[in-house]
Design a binder for this molecule. Structure first.
Ligand code: TTP
Ligand code: MG
Length: 605
């Protein structure tokens, strides 16, 4: 049975709302190094995190290297490979922001959303719609693409009789692209905008990327993969058809289910087990997410009885969101109603963490907290301070660039410390449960007069160590596999009444008034202060020095050691103040004090 021939089973595709681009930077981390040191471009270059090549440039790929390979294998395959360390993420984060900001500056509706470091979705419906109105159907070859709502002279000339870049499917000849229906024209306009934006990214910032053009995030992301690197692909209409397989269905059909964004590892395995009629026995044998058994979307879609109801039955259970069946059915059919998120000026929260093989003495904890506090403070300065000297606040008098005052764009109201204790029985079982405590972010953190080291030291002694004692009142007996320090509960300074945040001078005059209203009640303040004394007594005995903690086995996250989590677009709300936690192993939520017993239970069962 073919779903395409049974339109009642095919979810309705929204075609008129949005045109989206998905931009994925080529060999992102490697290009950041290449941009810093252009001589690297012609050499095989690999970026190392832990013992793994997280990415490599195309010269290295030509010589047989690939992403997520062990360093020692890479050296064997290509002995003259140049290896650079990519554990400090600062340069990548900064590059990512620059790329994002450039793209965002072209957006009219601010629907511009980062995914990870090197991917950006843009909803350009409004720009495209506007330009559709400007087209002269009798002279498409000499068209003008207007880039500014307010200034019709800002834009570029282009040939609207042709689509820019590649298409899916690849037409046998050019005539096939010449359709004049609204969807075809919109996608064609979007393809020219995409080409223009790619040229901008390359000429202004030195980065190349692959772009996908379609009507929703899912399709745009997937179709952009077809022509990499440094190219673009548009998913051509028809997007629906009563008789034949439409292009969306045939495009989706060729994908392995696990490759569909939104279908995670567990769901893909359940689908494979169900359709292939084999137990999902391979999940323990997986290496870095590679699968042994492939299930094409076409086979899943056509499987007898398959549809939203069957998927709901198959996939629903504890921890899965309501309506999982229709959602996954939609994805298999190329439907995705997720909107492109509105660009945020500041992240929702910033957190820094590190993992350890063994962390079980207060001395080591304090040393680690120092490192985390330093990194956190550096992140707050980079992400939340407006340092842009070219765009001073309107009230400021600017005799020279050095006198432009810096201002906070947002203030995190809360600081949170989380730890992940190992099961107390000393077993090697890994516990994923985190416990946390929060406190108001102290005002001195926002001072720009004090030296950063002094501020971070105060943060450790006056806030973090007392929080640590609240989490682990016992002097010893604990052993942590992770610590995370987060600045959360972000208050936007610009929206603060009276615009105080726009002027750092005024802010400090009114600092107490302003920050008072953000105070988060913490009933244990007394306890925190008592503990401070204890900490101060311990501190002088702890030498400054290299990191004492060791690390867990390599993880393949985008964030390396001292990983920073900038929540720019995540839906996760702060888990701060109620201190209610969700166990990552079974999904149960409970108050923090119950977590240790709960992880012990997991360790034993
Ligand atoms: P990708 O877009 O997967 O890789 P890439 O941009 O390097 O290469 P491609 O041209 O194939 O798109 O990931 C973006 C960056 O994220 C990458 O440069 C390095 C980093 N990264 C990790 O840190 N860990 C990982 O497991 C992967 C896959 C990537
Ligand atoms: Mg990439």
């Amino acid at each position: 049975m073919d779903g395409a021939r049974h339109p009642h089973r095919q979810p309705k595709r929204q075609l008129d709302s949005t045109i989206l681009h998905f931009v994925s930077t080529d060999c992102f981390y490697a290009s950041v190094f290449e941009n810093e040191t252009p001589a690297l471009r012609s050499l095989p270059l690999a970026v190392q995190q832990k013992q793994i090549v997280v990415t490599c440039n195309y010269e290295a790929r030509r010589r047989g290297l690939h992403k997520l390979q062990l360093i020692k294998d890479a050296k064997k395959t290509c002995p003259d490979v140049v290896i650079v360390l990519g554990e400090d993420l600062t340069r990548f984060r900064n590059a990512s922001k620059e790329l994002f900001n450039l793209l965002r500056s072209f957006s009219w509706n601010s629907r511009c959303e980062r995914l990870g470091f090197d991917e950006v979705f843009m909803d350009v419906s409004d720009i495209v719609e506007h330009n559709l109105g400007l087209l002269n159907a009798h002279d498409l070859a000499n068209s003008y693409f207007c880039l500014s709502k307010n200034d019709p002279t800002v834009g570029f000339t282009f040939d609207a009789s042709e689509l820019a870049g590649h298409t899916y499917p690849q037409p046998p000849n050019k005539e096939l692209d010449a359709s004049q229906d609204s969807l075809s024209l919109r996608l064609r306009l979007a393809s020219h905008l995409a080409r223009y934006l790619r040229e901008q990214l390359e000429s202004e910032k030195g980065y190349t990327c692959a772009v996908g053009i379609s009507t929703n995030k899912l399709l745009a992301k997937l179709v952009g993969n077809l022509h990499k690197p440094n190219d673009q692909t548009t998913l051509l209409p028809p997007y629906s058809s009563e008789e034949d397989l439409d292009n969306v269905t045939s495009f989706m059909d060729g994908h392995e289910v696990g490759k569909i964004p939104g279908i995670g590892f567990k769901i893909a395995n359940k689908l494979r087990a169900h359709v292939l009629q084999r137990p999902a026995e391979f999940d323990t044998a997986l290496v870095y997410g590679g699968t042994k058994e492939d299930l094409l979307v076409a086979d899943a879609r056509r499987h007898p009885g398959m549809g939203p109801d069957m998927l709901e039955q198959l996939l629903s259970g504890p921890g899965t969101p309501h309506g999982i069946g229709p959602k996954i059915w939609g994805l298999l059919n190329g439907c995705d109603d997720a909107e492109v998120g509105q660009a945020r000026e500041v992240p929702k929260q910033i957190s820094i963490e590190d993992s350890y093989l063994r962390l079980d003495t207060l001395g080591e904890v304090i040393r680690e907290l120092r490192m985390l506090a330093k990194s956190l403070l550096a992140r707050l300065h980079t992400d939340l301070l407006d340092n842009d000297e070219e765009t001073p606040a309107p009230d400021d008098v600017v005799p020279g660039p050095t006198t432009v005052p810096r201002r906070w764009l947002a203030y995190p109201k809360t600081i949170r410390l989380s730890t992940r204790p190992r099961p107390p029985d000393g077993s090697r079982n890994r516990s994923f449960a985190r416990i946390s405590r929060s406190a108001p972010m102290p005002n001195f953190v926002f001072s720009l007069k004090e030296n950063k080291d002094t501020v971070s030291e105060r943060l450790v002694t006056e806030t973090l160590v007392p929080l640590f004692h609240k989490l682990h009142p016992e002097k010893s007996g604990w052993n942590l596999s992770l610590m995370n320090v987060a600045a959360t509960n972000m208050a936007d300074a610009a929206s603060e009444k009276g615009g105080v945040g726009r002027d750092i001078g005024k802010m400090f005059k009114r600092q107490d008034d302003v920050l008072k209203q953000w105070r988060v009640e913490d009933t244990d303040v007394m306890e925190v202060e008592e503990k401070m004394e204890e900490v101060k007594a311990v501190l002088p005995a702890i030498p400054n020095g290299d990191k004492g903690g060791s690390e867990d086995l390599p993880t393949l996250s985008q964030e390396a050691k001292h990983s920073v989590n900038d929540q720019w677009e995540s839906e996760d709300e702060d888990m701060a103040d109620g201190d209610l936690f969700c166990c990552d192993q079974c999904g149960a939520s409970m108050p923090s004090f119950a977590m240790v017993a709960h992880s012990r239970w997991h360790a034993q069962s």
